[in-house]
Design a binder for this molecule. Structure first.
Ligand SMILES: Cc1cc2nc3c(=O)[nH]c(=O)nc-3n(C[C@H](O)[C@H](O)[C@H](O)COP(=O)(O)OP(=O)(O)OC[C@H]3O[C@@H](n4cnc5c(N)ncnc54)[C@H](O)[C@@H]3O)c2cc1C
Length: 417
């Protein structure tokens, strides 16, 4: 019995079915795979060619290694090809369906489950999982809010986390009721809220540059790519990537200072930026100071930078700028520090950091070390990946391992259909 018809649960049911088990998916929504449809902006970045344990987080990221090697990214692509989905790899190893439609990923999974004889019961919210022992035989009972009750030999909990609208984190309650402990949960791959009253003015400005999270002034992680200013701060793929680190720092203690450093011209050396500005200011000596960045950066961004450097309201012309003014302004192009206030909440996050403790789960099979016959997979486990297809890769790989193990074939070599 697979609780949850998301990416991981569907893969688990398929793998269990293919390993000879009779599998049933029990899903609270009216249909399975709702979240999949919105992944990768509707294109579904279903894996990443580079996926390995180094791209994952949690108390013990190496826990993910076995599952990830059993169904690695190449095997995921092969498996999907076998059920009808052609894929393509893009920049940074991100893999998408060839047709660029997330719905195709869901369609082929549903066809494959049907072909395999997997039963799917939707509209069934699971409220508890219980078990009884009769001699050495354990029987599980899955209880639903509707009053429905399912009975079987083993259960795979694949009911996801708290991220995204409609995800209430009930999965963790189900695990706790079965005696499992859950680590502190926080949103990951979420937008960062920053301090600054100028953000609404900058909303919509986009630049390509670098961003870094600083802890007490020291760089903790750096990313580059498209940065998009929004009403509340900065968004874009590099920020999503940094958000987990920022979340960790913000949670650590009250005294740690978490800042975002923007490097607007990260391909330039600081001395190149300064000499470029100096050259400009010599040529444009008769311009008003408030206009001195026009033609160099986005106009709105330029105004904010001049304000931050204390120059926007300075009367006079560019020729009156002093060297220290130029240095103060120039520094903002490679080291603009903005205090982080927090992450935007669960509904805006893509994944949950934290989850069911991995020390209570076998990495070789995804089986609970506390309750024989109980398995876990996907986001509800204390493993989360970077942005770029790593989270779905974990969902497939852990679901695949849990499904095969539950079907009693944990030692079998993976066969790619
Ligand atoms: C907007 C967005 C975009 C994303 N894009 C990508 C991407 O492009 N690439 C990538 O790798 N990752 C992406 N992710 C992350 C990825 O979608 C998740 O990591 C992945 O879906 C987790 O799979 P899962 O099966 O563990 O959980 P889920 O997909 O959340 O599935 C859990 C299922 O369990 C069901 N359920 C929960 N509680 C119960 C209950 N009590 N009873 C019955 N059923 C229950 C839920 O309804 C759900 O269908 C994205 C996430 C979001 C929110």
């Amino acid at each position: 019995m697979v609780v949850g018809g998301g990416a991981s649960g569907m893969m688990a049911a398929l793998a269990a079915g293919r390993s000879g088990a009779e599998a049933v998916v029990i899903e609270k929504n009216p249909r399975v795979g709702k979240k999949l449809l919105g992944t990768g902006n509707g294109r579904c970045n279903l894996t990443n060619e580079n996926a390995g344990a180094g791209f994952y987080h949690g108390a013990h990221p190496l826990f993910a290694e076995h599952a990830l090697s059993l169904l690695d990214p190449a095997a995921v692509r092969e498996l999907f090809r076998g059920i009808g989905l052609e894929t393509k790899a893009e920049r940074d190893g991100k893999v998408y369906p060839l047709c660029d439609q997330a719905s195709a990923v869901l369609d082929v999974l549903m066809f494959a489950m049907e072909k395999q004889g997997v039963a799917v019961h939707c509209g069934e919210r699971v409220t508890a999982v219980r078990w009884e022992l009769e001699g050495s035989r354990r029987t599980f009972f899955v209880e639903c809010a509707s009053g429905g009750r399912y009975q079987g030999d083993c259960v795979i909990l694949a009911c996801g986390g708290k991220a995204a609208p409609g995800c209430d984190g009930q999965s963790y309650e189900l695990a706790s009721l079965l005696g499992h402990r859950v680590s502190e949960l926080f949103p990951a791959l979420a937008q960062l809220k920053l301090e600054g009253d100028f953000f609404p003015f900058l909303s919509g400005v986009r630049i390509e540059g670098a961003a870094a999270v600083l802890k007490d002034g020291e760089e903790a992680r750096r990313e580059r790519g498209d940065l998009l200013f929004t009403n509340y701060g900065v968004s874009g793929p590099p920020i999503l990537q940094l958000s987990r680190k920022a979340g960790e720092i913000l949670r650590e203690n009250d005294t740690a200072v978490c800042e975002l450093r923007l490097c607007l011209l990260d391909r330039w050396r600081p001395d190149e930026i300064l000499s470029c500005l100096e050259r400009r200011f010599q040529i444009l000596g008769d311009w008003p100071i408030s206009q001195c960045l026009v033609g160099f950066v986005n106009k709105r961004l330029g105004q904010v930078l001049l304000k931050l450097a204390g120059l926007f309201h300075r009367k006079g012309t560019v020729s009156q700028l002093r060297r220290e003014d130029v240095e103060r302004l120039g520094r903002l192009f490679w080291d603009w520090r903005i205090p982080a206030r927090g992450l935007r909440g669960w509904t805006n996050a893509q994944v949950t950091a934290g989850g069911v403790l991995t020390e209570e789960i076998s990495a070789r099979s995804m089986e609970s070390k506390l309750v024989e016959g109980l398995y876990f997979s996907g986001e509800m486990v204390d493993i989360d990946g970077d942005c770029g297809g790593y989270n779905l890769q974990w969902a497939w790989a852990s679901g695949f391992l849990a499904g095969r193990s539950a079907a009693g074939r944990q030692d079998a070599a993976p066969t790619v259909p």
